[in-house]
Design a protein around this ligand. Sequence first.
Ligand SMILES: C[S@@+](CC[C@H](N)C(=O)[O-])C[C@H]1O[C@@H](n2cnc3c(N)ncnc32)[C@H](O)[C@@H]1O
Length: 349
Amino acid sequence: MKEELLSYLRCPVTLQPLSLRVFSKCIKKFDGIDVEIIDEGVLIGDVFCYPIIKGIPRLLVEAFVDYEDFLKKNLDDFAERKQQILNKHNTIVASVIKKNSHTKKSFANEWNLFNYETDTTWNADKTEMLARFLREVDETKESLKGKIILDAGCGNGLLNNLIANEGAKILGFDFSLSIEKAFEKNTNPNAWFVQADVQFPPVLNDAFDIVHCSGVLIHTNNTEYSFSCLVPFVKRKGKLSVWLYHPRKDFIHNTFNFLRKYSSKLPLKLQYYLYLFFLFPPTFIIKKIKGNPQNKREMMIDILDWMTPEFRWEHTHDEAASWFVKRSFTDVRVTTNEVFGFNIIGKKA
Ligand SMILES: C[S@@+](CC[C@H](N)C(=O)[O-])C[C@H]1O[C@@H](n2cnc3c(N)ncnc32)[C@H](O)[C@@H]1O
């Protein structure tokens, strides 16, 4: 973590500023230049505490449970703090653990397959990824310069690096451990990474020119509620951009959706082998016949992305537009419309 990031970070529950205690620093190479960053530390709020581990602030509400060993070892008053959190916020803590635990693991497994050296992200190489993002948010390389962007649910983090290379500052967060590889592979000092939940964004209000959230809200327990959690962080006249699945009238698509209703409840390891042996072979043959250039890993990531998350909602364009309008956004429009989903943006009034 670079110290500069602290001014953008807030306690995800209370939205109050956090104080920083540094345990150790290390050197990270950004574009070949050595930069000193905070490797381990803790961010302290009025009650909650959030560790910084492997250079990444872990700003999940449940971080004190997920990283209990680290906090116990490094924070003298951790036992009292833990008790205070449980006394004051037990219901919030129990609900985030319940809603997040399956999805955090399913996406960590999915991104674990991703090979940064050889694989494309959703069929796009780096040039196409950036071009697609620019179409989605309706910006140009030039207009990105100097902007401050929030990427909620950044996945493998590759896009963040590309956006920072165009002169923007971008804070990407994701609640799965994919954030560790995203941080490790990033080479731009203006792409920052945090572990966080889209329903509890741990950032400063009204701070971002663009808040982008691609393929994430539809994997939460309530898409519109998660959408509403992002609204406060968009600057006045800033842009909110979300990519969502839409319903399809397609027999195979709807059969997959029917299957996943049941199979997504199975243990993740079992699901992996089930899909590998039964879904992957026909998918591979059909995709190859259709001339799809994806490699085997990319195809398997697509299958896991569809089948393993606990939630996978589909929404019509009008429904999504109404979420913006209800919250007084203007210039609401669909910017990209693809087979599986669409991107929609609006300007904060
Ligand atoms: C389909 S991937 C999309 C990733 C990236 N935005 C992209 O377009 O490549 C969905 C991502 O959302 C993340 N995610 C799902 N629910 C989340 C939540 N409640 N908070 C933060 N991230 C979440 C997952 O961990 C996963 O990396």
